[in-house]
Design a protein around this ligand. Structure first.
Ligand SMILES: Nc1ncnc2c1ncn2[C@@H]1O[C@H](COP(=O)(O)OP(=O)(O)OP(=O)(O)O)[C@@H](O)[C@H]1O
Length: 250
């Protein structure tokens, strides 16, 4: 692992119980400090499985995932302080207010209540939600829930933020706020791993991409490198279709 590499996915393979095909098949890639790394692939490609291995929620059957040189299988307690995970499904309590949800999630990291309260107010302000701080999550729109879900993964100021489809089901305004916020966070030093099916967002945000399909890594490259090496393609979506094919995955 070089001094700038913070994550090394080394020949990782994962079979789910009862399945004969691997969800992730000997996948290797590395992520450098400061990257905005887009992990792309069609439905069922293995993105969430890979992210779950990085987050230590799943163990690989073979291979390893090193984060800051620590093995994700054996150093979960240390690693969880460096990483923030924002899952694809909204993981909030509907009957609690935004503030109560965030106090709950922040307390899981052992932050002092004083520090936690000031961080919550800061992030709610940055993401345009301070005026609904004490409103119940059940009254929130999809875009507001997505932004609270994002804040919940950021309360302990992780060095590596892992986002699984953070822009799903939200309007253009919410998307714009989240995109600008993530760009700022990345410029200020947070390394980000990002999965999405929205190629326009990926092109705007990511400096490095890993494309997987049917559990196998097809390529890692920057968006510009991909566009340069596929001159017949007009945009990233065309390159993605060329590399993964037009066949439906369902
Ligand atoms: N808990 C599970 N048990 C069994 N098989 C699973 C499980 N989770 C995922 N799979 C299978 O593993 C493969 C990879 O799934 P995964 O969710 O990682 O893909 P993905 O790229 O995140 O897809 P999507 O874009 O649809 O979210 C798929 O074939 C999926 O059906």
């Amino acid at each position: 692992m070089s001094s700038t590499t913070i994550l090394e996915f080394q020949s990782v393979t994962k079979y789910y119980k009862g399945k004969t095909e691997p969800a992730v098949d000997h996948v290797s890639f590395s992520i450098n400090r400061g990257d905005f790394f887009g992990l792309l692939g069609p439905n069922g490609a293995g993105k969430t499985t890979s992210i779950s291995i990085i987050s230590s929620l799943l163990k690989p059957c073979s291979g390893s995932c090193l984060i800051y040189n620590l093995d994700s299988r054996t150093h979960l307690n240390k690693i969880k302080h460096f990483i923030g995970v924002v899952p694809q499904d909204i993981a909030l309590y509907d009957s609690l207010s935004a503030n109560e949800n965030l106090i709950y999630f922040g307390s899981l990291y052992g932050l002092s209540l004083k520090k936690l309260k000031s961080t919550i107010d800061e992030l709610l302000t940055e993401l345009g939600l301070i005026h609904v701080k004490n409103k119940k999550i059940s009254t929130f729109s999809g875009g507001m829930k997505r932004r609270i879900n994002l804040i919940a993964g950021l309360l302990h100021a992780p060095k590596l933020l892992i986002l699984d489809e953070p822009m799903v089901g939200i309007d253009v305004q919410s998307k714009n706020v989240i995109r600008k916020f993530l760009q700022k966070l990345n410029i200020e030093g947070t390394t980000i791993i990002y999965t999405s099916h929205i190629m326009e967002d990926v092109q705007k945000l990511c400096n490095q991409l890993g494309i997987i399909d049917k559990g196998k890594l097809i390529t890692t490259a920057s968006p510009n490198e991909l566009l340069d090496s596929h001159k017949d393609c007009n945009n990233l979506e065309d390159v993605f279709l060329k590399l993964t094919g037009e066949k439906l995955r369902d």
